[in-house]
Design a protein around this ligand. Structure first.
Ligand SMILES: *[C@@H]1O[C@H](CO)[C@@H](O)[C@H](O)[C@H]1NC(C)=O
Ligand SMILES: *[C@@H]1O[C@H](CO)[C@@H](O)[C@H](O)[C@H]1NC(C)=O
Length: 553
């Protein structure tokens, strides 16, 4: 009897050692309220399946950040020596301890994950709701978006076992919901007259000195992001080129890349204003630089409308486009910190590879991506991420002034990067106590740069019209810098890559916009002033000065 008891005790001990229990949960992410625009319908069905992604902490993001600044800061010895895919992945990969600890946890639940990113920092698992609730002490529920009636499953909080806490960056989709907003608005058809009333490619060439042609030996490429079922029409592009770019073949077009089974349906009724604007002001301004319209399917499962999938798809490419233009965004308060940080760090990866990432700053002035009631200023996402270039809007040509809708301000999520410390401190000094308490004086300030964003001529559904928005400014700058990249490559020089350290080290070469303001939240917003400001950044480009600053004769 005694020996029997002893034996069972030993075997019991053995079981305990081999299979850790995961009882001590630690809260990982929580949101206090149901997301804006959604209603809570109660628990999700226990037997329904859900695909969750688990992000593991990277082994050396600080190293990647240093490498990014080394290759992007003009005064650095390593300037222009962009990293390879493998070099970036070596920084981003989780430690083997992280991978082993998480795999052990999943295996204790009988789950084998799929690795869904080249660096191994994203795992995917498919489980039923009952299991998901148990594994992450969650309460997965059904939420309905009031505007569309679409249902989605999220939890307002989740936890991870204490043993996993140091290794798990986030589990997703859990607390993040929401759709990106295109930063464009249609205005009544203007009478085409002059650049004072309608902006066309010729106006931009004249205003910014943008060249009309590309050196023939060029590997410069532009990617244009497309979301929420916005399709770019080749017939509209052809009308646009026939009208506004008679110097290039009207057959010039863009390639289509699909992420999440995205399509690009053709037909006047399928025209998407944002997608048409973005493809017309890349193909039609950087005429000759190959443009790829990256259409992200709306039935994506990434939990943030494809923002995660598109960036992971580009990171996985050996030669991603050297310029990426995106005219969609969120209000920052809608994006939970963990997924916001993970996305921002993904932009850092692409920047280290040599891609210039442009995002529109939003169209609601200081009230966010679109005009709304507010008491404190609403920064936009991802413009607050320090590893991309945020684009504001201007209007008029003599003088060029800031557009009132141009969003700008200060992130609550991301601290101010050192490259903009001096420029932003000068602005805050000029601003004095205006708007005190309505924005975060220590946050990453945006936008960085600006371009025309009002009365911009496009073709949409066969009709000519004009549009307004930082959505216009973004592809215009993407084209400007891809033409510069083409000239740099032809001269055997590296592409511009992550632009911000260059911008703030060379503020004097831009056309400073010093008039106007961006009202919102019952205030006049911020003023445009001499030097950097949170409406137009450092100002608008002068191509000849960019050439000189980048060492082209
Ligand atoms: C889940 O359970 C409900 C009720 O028992 C049943 O009607 C439904 O078919 C089940 N769904 C799945 C996906 O198994
Ligand atoms: C202000 O921004 C910093 C980052 O610079 C952040 O840590 C802090 O939480 C923000 N404050 C508020 C009130 O959001």
């Amino acid at each position: 009897m005694v020996s029997f008891r002893l034996l069972s005790l030993v075997s019991l001990l053995g079981v305990v050692l081999a299979s850790p229990t995961y009882r001590d949960f630690v809260l990982h992410e929580r949101r206090d309220t149901v997301p804006r625009g959604f209603v809570h319908n109660g628990p999700a069905a226990a037997n329904q399946t859900i695909t969750l992604r688990i992000a593991l902490n990277s082994n050396n993001l600080a190293g990647l950040e240093k490498a990014l600044f080394d290759v992007s800061t003009p005064s650095s010895a390593l300037y222009g020596q962009h990293l390879t895919k493998e070099e970036v992945e070596a920084f981003v990969a989780p430690t083997s301890e992280a991978t082993n600890t998480v795999n052990e946890f999943l295996s204790s639940h009988g789950i084998t994950p799929t690795t869904i990113s080249p660096a191994g920092d994203w795992l995917s698992i498919t489980v039923n709701i009952a299991k998901a609730n148990q594994m992450f002490a969650a309460d997965f529920s059904v939420f309905t978006q009031e505007s569309t009636g679409e249902q989605t499953i999220r939890t307002l909080s989740y936890s991870v076992p204490a043993a996993l806490k140091p290794h798990v960056e986030l589990v997703h989709p859990t607390v993040a919901v929401g759709s990106p907003v295109p930063d464009v608005a249609v205005t009544p058809d203007a009478v085409p007259a002059s650049c004072a009333t309608e902006i066309t490619p010729a106006c931009l060439q004249a205003l910014y000195g943008i060249p009309a042609s590309v050196p023939s030996q060029s590997a410069s490429k532009i990617g244009v992001s497309g979301f929420i079922g916005q399709f770019a029409q080749t017939a509209d592009l052809k009308s646009f080129l026939t009208t506004f770019r008679t110097d290039i073949p009207s057959t010039t077009t863009f390639a289509v890349q699909s992420v999440d089974k995205g399509v690009n349906t053709q037909g006047a009724r399928d025209a998407g204003i944002e997608a048409n604007l973005d493809t017309q002001y890349t193909t039609g301004v950087a005429g000759g630089v190959p443009v790829t319209f990256i259409t992200v399917g709306s039935s994506n499962t990434d939990g943030i409308d494809g923002f995660l999938d598109i960036i992971n798809a580009l990171i996985a490419e050996t030669s991603p486009p050297q310029v990426l233009s995106t005219s969609y965004g969120f209000d920052e308060p809608e994006v939970p910190a963990a997924i916001g940080t993970k996305l921002c760090n993904a932009y850092m990866q692409l920047g280290a590879r040599g891609t210039t990432i442009f995002f529109s700053s939003g169209d609601g002035g200081v009230s966010g991506s679109q005009s709304q009631t507010c008491t404190t200023f609403v920064p936009t996402f991802p413009s607050g991420c320090p590893f991309l270039t945020s684009v504001g809007a201007t209007t008029g040509i003599s003088p060029e002034t800031s557009a009132t809708f141009s969003s700008g301000g200060f992130s609550n999520l991301f601290a101010r990067p050192s490259y903009q410390t001096t420029a932003v401190a000068a602005f805050l000094k000029t601003l004095g106590s205006t708007n005190a308490g309505k924005f975060n004086t220590t946050g990453r300030a945006f936008p960085d740069i600006a371009a025309q964003g009002e009365n911009v001529a496009i073709f949409d559904g066969g009709e000519e019209g004009t549009v307004d928005g930082t959505s216009c400014s973004t592809p215009i700058l993407a084209s400007t810098f891809s033409l510069l990249n083409a000239q740099l490559l032809a001269a055997g020089k590296p592409v511009v890559g992550f632009l911000n350290p260059f911008i703030y080290a060379n503020t004097g070469i831009f056309t400073d916009i010093t008039t106007g303001n961006n009202p919102g939240c019952n205030t006049n917003g911020f003023p445009a002033v001499a030097g950097w400001d949170p409406i137009t950044g450092v100002g608008t480009p002068v191509f000849s000065k960019l050439r000189t600053a980048f060492g082209l004769a």
